[in-house]
Design a protein around this ligand. Structure first.
Ligand code: GLU
Length: 297
């Protein structure tokens, strides 16, 4: 019998925030803004900002980028407590969360690649009644196991073929009931995790997903306020559901605006000239960089 926390519930006594970059490139101005935002929120509450290295995607992440992250943030004048949590060291924590969801029959394996799924979805005769909306991470598919005969699924599972694990969203939301979470700028939100469909919680090549790892880590690290870019606003609906299913405390959230360049484009890892490293090498001081992103040093 699982115990689900209804409604909105704030974590006890935690003024902790976190900055959680992925070491798949050098930090740029947008990261500087996000990190300083998290640090300022922690300072304002008398708490600490944690640094977390989100490197579950081991093929894309590199240790030299992790080293650069630590150096660049220190150069900006930011501080964080040690040890820094590195997600790739904690796959067992995510496995335990998956096991818990599996024990209440909320996970199922899906063998179809993205391409195969798209093909199946565009062939209505194969999947009658399979109306699919677009979700935050792509098509919000549900019950994809219907697209493959049961004996074939069993055979592939037996043969150990790679597969993702999807959350059975309809059952999950039924178990969890109505949920709320609080965005400090937009107010209390009714959670609508169904927009994701049967979201992937463990990838083919990686035994977790961004959504699962981040939710588990924020709880383990006792984060009281999650700050991140507004591109992840929708993700918070899903994270709230995972908290309920895994019986985790519920932090508050703030989703900051994303910095854009003069042409209105978001800063991204491809903007090599705007990496903190390049700015530093071009002779800029940390104070200049902070001013550039509208923050006072
Ligand atoms: N690792 C994510 C990123 O680099 C941030 C995740 C989060 O703050 O929840 O975009």
């Amino acid at each position: 019998m699982i115990h689900v926390k209804p409604g909105y519930r704030s974590p006890v006594n935690s003024a902790t925030t976190r900055f959680a970059p992925s070491p798949s490139g050098l930090l740029h101005l947008g990261h500087a803004y996000s990190a300083c935002f998290a640090a300022a929120e922690a300072r304002g509450r008398g708490g600490e900002m944690l640094l977390r290295i989100e490197d579950i995607d081991i093929a894309r992440c590199r240790s030299e980028f992790e080293t650069a992250i630590l150096e660049d943030l220190a150069w900006l004048g930011l501080e964080w407590p040690e040890p820094v949590r590195r997600q790739s060291d904690h796959f067992a924590d995510y496995r335990a969360a998956l096991d818990r969801l599996d024990a209440i029959d909320l996970l199922y394996p899906c063998f179809l690649s993205r391409k195969e799924l798209n093909e199946a979805l565009s062939a209505p005769h194969l999947s009658p009644g399979f109306g699919v909306e677009m979700g935050p991470d792509g098509p919000a598919v549900t019950d994809t196991d219907r697209l493959m005969p049961e004996d074939e699924r069993a055979r592939r599972l037996e043969a150990g073929e790679p597969h993702v694990l999807r959350l059975r969203m309809a059952r999950a939301t039924e178990i969890a009931g109505e949920l709320e979470w609080r965005d400090l700028d937009r107010g209390v939100q009714s959670a609508t995790p169904s927009i994701f469909g049967d979201v992937v919680l463990a990838r083919k090549d990686i035994p977790t997903s961004y959504h699962l790892a981040v939710t588990v880590d924020d709880a383990i690290q006792d984060v009281g306020l999650v700050t991140r870019g507004e591109d992840l606003f929708q993700a918070s609906h899903l994270h709230r559901l995972l908290q309920a299913l895994l019986d985790l405390p519920v932090p508050d959230y703030r989703h900051h605006g994303l910095l854009v360049d003069e042409t209105g484009r978001r800063y991204a890892k491809r903007d090599k000239a705007l990496t903190l490293r390049a700015l530093r090498e071009a002779g800029h001081a940390p104070g200049d960089v902070l001013q550039k992103v509208g923050l006072t040093p």
